[in-house]
Write a protein that binds this ligand. Structure first.
Ligand code: SF4
Length: 404
């Protein structure tokens, strides 16, 4: 398989998790609870981390929220959850971080939106104050530019330049250009304020895939800071999934992006699905990225056919879902399981998989590495599949440790 060209970035440590610098792509998520409610927020952080979120972010918008952060951190630690905790600051971040030093210490990273820290000279001063708190506490920051909250002075100046010099740029082009410019200027200001390059992550989120791809390609050409990918408003249902996958898949496939957050419109109890989608985008779409990295993360790839009129037993769809559920806890080393709906194409379609299943009228055939293991009833096949999977994982671990 051909290796994709990587966008080489500086490594930034967020708590114990490295972002960039050749590390595996990190999936992160954000809580929806009121941060002032430390119990509920800690609980959601723990649930998101359990779903695979390697960083969790909380909004720190009010004094009550800042006051609650140390308790959130403590509750997470008490529950054995060591996921790094990130604080999201807007408008009053410079005040909250200086007035609540325990909050500044408890967080592992501060997210600053340069369009929301103030205006004019105050913006730079307040931005710089947050950076200095980060320096004093040895924390990294994310400079998170959003299309919707872009520094309006910059946008107006660029619009004027477009008119005066008859450059013919669309307003979308100008906004995208301003986002990149704002991120780079803010990075320079953060460094001037005392932060090192290995303490700065950048994001420039847009709400449309095409814009996101253009903005991040431009960023990748101009900076070696690690990049956080995400659409600001991917939306609901299939649209949110498709937009997130289309935008981030293209970028990750080009080696652009060190950490991702999928933002879907979901109710609180389903926030963990964003994390699952993030992992799927990385595993399925950007799998090639990790080929040159020796200690890549673990991953199980389950593929299943869409089904058609050749399906002879309607339990097929349920079986595919059960395979996913049953293997959720498996720390598989890039093992692929294929689940196919019929005896006609199933045998051929499962040839490339490590473990393959195809469905007949009353039995399911299981094969391992192209060799038939046997045919089992729908009830018996799952435990047998799990046993074969566990053996394969054990063999992979043995091979890896023998080679190192
Ligand atoms: S594997 Fe069989 S059931 Fe599935 S889509 Fe192909 S032909 Fe249809």
């Amino acid at each position: 398989m051909q290796l994709v060209k990587l966008h080489r970035t500086v490594g930034v440590k967020v708590g114990h998790v490295q972002v960039g610098g050749g590390a595996p792509i990190v999936v992160q998520s954000m809580t929806m609870t009121d941060t002032a409610d430390a119990q509920a927020t800690a609980q959601q952080c723990i649930e998101l981390a359990a779903a695979g979120s390697e960083l969790v972010r909380v909004t720190v918008n009010l004094p009550e929220a800042a006051a609650g952060v140390p308790e959130i951190r403590q509750r997470m630690v008490d529950a054995g959850c060591m996921a790094p905790l990130v604080g999201d600051f807007h408008y009053n971040g410079h005040l909250l971080l200086t007035k609540y030093p325990d909050c500044a210490r408890a967080l592992d990273k501060y997210r600053i939106n340069p369009g929301n820290v103030g205006t004019g000279r105050r913006r730079d001063e307040q931005f710089s104050t947050i950076c200095k708190v980060a320096v004093d506490n040895g924390k990294p920051v994310r400079i998170g530019v959003n299309g919707g909250s872009l520094n309006q002075e910059l946008v107006v100046a660029k619009m004027q330049e477009n008119t005066d010099r008859d450059l013919g740029k669309s307003s979308e082009d100008i906004i995208n250009e301003c986002m990149v410019l704002s991120a780079l200027e803010s990075t320079a200001l953060a460094i001037e304020s005392g932060l090192r390059k290995d303490q700065i992550i950048i994001s420039c989120k847009t709400s449309r895939p095409r814009d996101l791809i253009g903005v991040y390609r431009a960023l990748a050409k101009q900076t070696d800071q690690p990049l956080h990918l995400g659409l600001t408003e991917a939306g609901m249902g299939t649209k949110g999934l498709v937009w997130s996958s289309a935008a981030m898949g293209v970028l990750l496939n080009e080696g652009i992006g060190d950490t991702i957050r999928v933002s879907l419109t979901l109710p609180n109890p389903r926030k963990h699905e964003e994390v699952e989608v993030g992992h799927r985008i990385i595993d399925d779409v950007a799998h090639g990225r990790f080929i040159s990295v020796p200690d890549f993360g673990t991953g199980l790839n389950i593929i299943s056919c869409p089904s058609c009129s050749r399906v002879e037993n309607e339990s097929f769809v349920e079986l595919a879902a059960q395979v996913r559920e049953m293997t959720r806890d498996a720390q598989a080393h890039h093992i692929t399981i294929a689940v196919m709906g019929c005896r006609v194409n199933g045998p051929g379609e499962t040839d490339d998989a490590d473990l393959g299943l195809w469905c007949g009228p009353s039995t399911v055939t299981l094969k391992r590495k192209s060799v038939k293991v046997g045919s089992f009833s729908y009830a018996q096949v799952l435990p047998r599949l799990r046993a074969e999977l566990d053996q394969l994982i054990a063999a992979r671990i043995h091979e890896t440790s023998a080679a190192s």
